[in-house]
Design a protein around this ligand. Structure first.
Ligand SMILES: NC(=O)c1ccc[n+]([C@@H]2O[C@H](COP(=O)([O-])OP(=O)(O)OC[C@H]3O[C@@H](n4cnc5c(N)ncnc54)[C@H](OP(=O)(O)O)[C@@H]3O)[C@@H](O)[C@H]2O)c1
Length: 244
């Protein structure tokens, strides 16, 4: 088998965000290709700007907020129109704001649940079957959540993370004995794309990328929550425990 044929591909949902850019960086740095779902050409251009190149990335446009978006991408993979993938990473996200609960309108609440919860649920529901069918023993499915779901200083992102914790526990159980290692990365501090991180004094996406690289390569990390609590030792050694 040629080196190219053996190369793995990561489907990244939310690829153009702070955490998504980090996942794309991790995949490329570990000699994997990326299938990035983007909403439009502007978002694709933004990702290329953050990564510095489009080498190794296949872009496909879909609305990941709709319940047919990820499904349509997987259908195209099955039809051989897009590259096969062995891993999925999801981090679609809404607003990161401190708006108090009583000021959150119904429309805004629903929009944020659609973006931060439903889109990640659709991504799981509509891609896991494909990974199970492929039976690749190296497959993984990874989601990024964070401590907001517990500490609640930012009510909107906090409330959408709560159900993601539950979804991740259910998915961890469902895949305990399958070919897919399902894991949740629980991030406890702020990560931003490198240019913004420098301006705001927070952790760079390219540094946080080491966590997903380790998840991809460590066969022992399964059905676990990977805690990332500091930007030193937790970026060089995984701290993980079974979710249940
Ligand atoms: N950043 C952190 O430090 C941190 C820490 C803990 C947990 N998390 C969690 O990780 C997730 C992502 O965070 P992030 O910082 O990467 O967020 P982000 O930079 O705002 O990125 C959000 C991603 O979702 C996509 N998206 C948002 N609204 C969309 C829409 N209407 N249609 C299509 N795509 C849409 C964005 O696409 P576009 O680029 O096209 O807008 C982007 O790819 C969130 O759930 C967050 O709670 C983040």
């Amino acid at each position: 088998m040629s080196i190219k044929a053996a190369m793995e591909t990561v489907l990244v949902v939310g690829a153009t965000g702070n955490i998504g850019v980090s996942a794309v960086t991790a995949a490329l740095r570990s000699q994997r290709n990326v299938l990035a779902i983007v909403r439009n050409q502007n978002s694709a251009d933004k990702l290329v700007k953050h990564i510095g190149s489009s080498k190794g990335i296949t872009f496909t446009e879909a609305d990941v907020l709709s319940d047919t978006g990820v499904r349509s991408v997987v259908d195209q993979v099955r039809a051989g129109k897009l590259p096969a993938f062995q891993h999925v990473f999801a981090s679609v996200g809404g607003e990161y704001v401190t708006t108090p609960l009583q000021e959150i309108t119904t429309e805004r609440l629903r929009r944020n649940f659609n973006t931060s919860f439903e889109a990640n649920f659709f991504a799981y529901r509509d891609s896991i079957g494909y990974l199970l069918e492929q039976k690749n023993p190296k497959s993984t499915w990874t989601i990024c959540t964070g401590s907001q779901g517990d500490i609640g200083t930012h009510p909107l992102p906090a409330m959408t993370q709560g159900p993601l914790f539950s979804m991740a526990t259910a998915a961890a159980r469902e895949n305990e004995k399958t070919n897919v290692r399902f894991n949740e990365i629980y991030l406890c501090y702020r990560v931003e794309v490198d240019s913004d991180a420098e301006a705001h004094g927070v952790t760079k996406a390219s540094d946080f990328a080491s966590v997903y690289e380790m998840v991809l390569d460590n066969q022992d990390v399964r059905s676990s929550r990977v805690r990332v609590e500091n930007d030193k030792e937790d970026l060089v050694k995984l701290k993980y425990a079974k979710k249940y």
